[in-house]
Write a protein that binds this ligand. Structure first.
Ligand code: CP
Ligand code: NVA
Length: 313
């Protein structure tokens, strides 16, 4: 953890934008709340009287439903909008949107494919802003992923996690998570699709053990967890689909690759999966897969994020 990192700035809302913005102890506190939520140990309706606005500029099943259900289970109210149905979708600035929504609601959740948009929204919002995925990050997913690993295999610190496939938004949040939760991360991607060097350098400077490789077999050797994701993300140019598929085919998470990991390795995927592409049916439906626990844990982990962001935990 960087000594210079200041999660709490008096008078500023507790935004949840990137894992790297928040210190490891605070993220751990959110996860602990998520675990307690899953066990049914959270008392009462802590979000009673609170309202949350969610804007999705990109499709979503898990994030949208898990946040909506979670907010309601905690006693809060939620307004969910598709980006195209808002004035943000017609060019109203994120800054003005932030100023207006801050007068109505207690928190704003945004999914967008331009990270600059959520940064601007957070800069002008006087309520917390939560990142529900951008082109370069998916921090809520990582909270659920760490929770899922620990539920199945105990503390993640010191463990080896392997990523195979595209160096996309989820991979980039995994790199930030390695720095905050102190696990070793081996990322195997084609050189053309490697995550940004700057992001890796920053994580390493903060003490993270992040190894960048091109050989998926080398990456998974002995790993306790193997993770992959779609070969074409929502923010990717669809014209590049064929090229991406050709580059990424050797990184498919199949039984042969999984056999090279630790015998008790678990398999994660944020979903939606493209079965037969980045992951085979055999692996996704096999005994080592925890992908549906992982999807469920979005609901629980995000309660920790919400309660922290609203200053209720
Ligand atoms: N994993 C995830 O964020 O799924 P959705 O796109 O369905 O929200
Ligand atoms: N990398 C994927 C994640 C979907 C939850 C995408 O951005 O489309």
């Amino acid at each position: 953890m960087s000594a210079a990192l200041k999660t709490e700035v008096p008078g500023t809302p507790r935004h949840f934008l990137e894992l790297s913005d928040i210190d490891g102890g605070t993220l751990r506190r959110m996860l602990d709340i998520g675990v307690r939520a899953k066990r049914g140990e959270l008392p009462g309706k802590p979000l009673a009287g609170r309202h949350v606005a969610m804007i999705f500029e990109k499709p979503s099943t898990r994030t949208r439903v898990s946040f909506e259900v979670g907010i309601r289970q905690l006693g809060g109210e939620v307004v969910t909008l598709a980006g195209k149905d808002t004035q943000l979708g017609r060019g109203e600035s994120p800054a003005d949107t932030a100023r207006v929504l801050s007068r109505y609601v207690d928190a704003i959740i945004l999914r967008t494919d331009r990270v600059a948009k959520i940064r601007e929204l957070a800069e002008y919002a006087t309520v917390p802003v939560i990142n529900a995925l951008t082109d370069v990050s998916h921090p809520c997913q990582l909270m659920a992923d760490v929770m899922t690993f620990e539920e199945h295999r105990g503390p993640i610190a010191g463990q080896v996690v392997a990523w195979t496939g595209d160096g996309n938004n989820v991979a980039q949040s995994f790199i930030q998570a390695a720095a905050r939760f102190n696990f070793t991360l081996r990322v195997a991607t084609p050189p053309e699709l490697a995550p940004p060097a700057q992001l890796i350098a920053r994580a390493r400077a903060e003490g993270a053990d992040v190894q960048l490789l091109n050989d998926p077999f080398e990456a998974v050797r002995g790993a306790r967890c193997v993770v992959t994701d779609t070969w074409v993300s929502m923010s990717d140019d669809k014209a590049s689909m064929r090229k991406r598929h050709n580059l990424l085919a050797p990184y498919q998470l199949n039984q042969r690759l999984l056999k090279a990991a630790a015998p008790d390795a678990i398999v994660m995927h944020c979903l939606p999966a493209h079965r037969g592409e980045e992951i085979t049916d055999e692996v996704m439906d096999g005994p080592q897969s925890v992908v549906f626990d992982e999807a469920e844990n979005r609901l629980h982990a995000q309660k920790g994020v919400l309660l922290w962001a609203l200053g209720l935990a």
